[in-house]
Design a protein around this ligand. Structure first.
Ligand code: ZN
Length: 272
């Protein structure tokens, strides 16, 4: 699946799980600012598993930090689409986010300031900006300014509870793997164990797409990465994620013109 589509599915997953409006599940309800902050972080985390190859877009997103990170991740995870695309990968990423989530500072003005989340999101925001072409490989300065601005916002407006961060990172990571499973490449879900199918299995057409000769598993209903089918899936997902982001923004600002409270009126129309 393409980077921008991963980001959209990650954000959409957070909106579904953490939002309480219509078309949302509300399993892990958060404040409007938590909806906005979480969908940015979850969308960013949904690109993290692809930080496992050094030549990728991600490694150029926030130089030199991103280069160091991709080199380390690629070495630890055994190369592209291996350790980071497994259940173990989800567990490690969630564990690291637990540690980052615990780092916070109590302040008078902003309450608990989520420093760990801010540092982590610096990288996530840079990834997101790069895959959506807000920055390019040549503008280091712009990447840093943009990432630092959004990360500061996240640090200040993150939900009070520390555990939202591992929830968002774990969810985003899992959604990425699910997305890649829907395309033809598949993922080594049980890495480092990658049992290979018996010889007769490899000769049966549909079966050898689901459990591949290299041990990867897939449910390739979206076809190849970047296919028309993937785009058809990604467009409504992106609209849904944007709807969630919009609700998050509306929850933060109060605009009224001529005595009419525009944002609260819009919130009422949207059903929150
Ligand atoms: Zn991937």
């Amino acid at each position: 699946m393409m980077g921008a589509h991963h980001a959209a599915t990650g954000s959409a997953a957070w909106v579904a799980v953490a939002g309480t409006g219509p078309l949302m599940l509300g399993w892990y309800p958060v404040s409007p600012s938590g909806l906005l902050v979480g969908s940015i972080v979850c969308g960013g985390a949904a690109m993290l598993p692809d930080a496992d190859h050094q030549s990728g877009t991600i490694s150029n997103s926030l130089p030199p930090v991103s280069k160091v990170v991709t080199r380390a991740v690629s070495r630890l995870s055994g190369g592209h689409r291996r350790g980071t695309h497994s259940i173990l990968g989800i567990a490690v990423a969630t564990g690291l986010a637990v540690l980052a989530g615990l780092v916070g500072v109590e302040t008078e003005t902003f309450g608990r300031v989520a420093v760990g989340a801010g540092v982590l999101s610096l990288l996530l925001v840079a990834y997101a900006a790069r895959v959506t072409h807000l920055t390019d490989g040549n503008s280091w300065g712009r990447s840093w300014v943009l990432a630092a601005a959004v990360a500061t916002f996240i640090t200040l407006y993150a939900p009070e509870e520390w555990e939202w961060l591992p929830v968002a990172v774990g969810l985003g990571f899992a959604v990425h793997i699910a997305g890649d499973m829907l395309t033809t490449g598949g993922v080594p879900l049980l890495w480092p164990w990658a049992p290979k199918p018996p010889r007769w299995w490899r000769k049966v057409n549909v079966l050898n797409d689901v459990w591949r000769s290299n041990g990867a598993v897939a449910l390739p209903i979206l076809g190849d990465t970047g296919s028309k089918r993937e785009w058809t899936f990604a467009i409504p997902v992106t609209i849904y994620a944007t709807y969630g982001l919009l609700l998050g923004v509306l929850g933060l600002v109060d605009v009224s013109i001529g005595g009419v409270a525009l944002t609260s009126e819009l919130r009422r129309v949207l059903g929150t």
